[in-house]
Design a protein around this ligand. Sequence first.
Ligand SMILES: [Zn+2]
Length: 94
Amino acid sequence: MTVERLCDILTHRKDKSPHPRRGTGRGPEEGEMALDPKFIEILACPLCKTSVKLTADEKALKCVKCHRVYQIKEDIPIMLIDEAVIEPDRPTKN
Ligand SMILES: [Zn+2]
């Protein structure tokens, strides 16, 4: 057994893992933010390369510059210009 595997087992014993793995058959709890804020920080609008912010309803990411809103589908932000909708009035979190 490798150390890595051991860590894996120990991590899974915790009830609330900070980084839930996908493919366990357990989806994110309803209403719970599944995206890691640090993950959002590294994302950028593919058009203007500006940082994006989580919308108030936590269902999308919004570019602070061009106001394009990128939908989050199954915990994965769709960072595609063609899929984005420009919503200047869409509220975002801090
Ligand atoms: Zn943009």
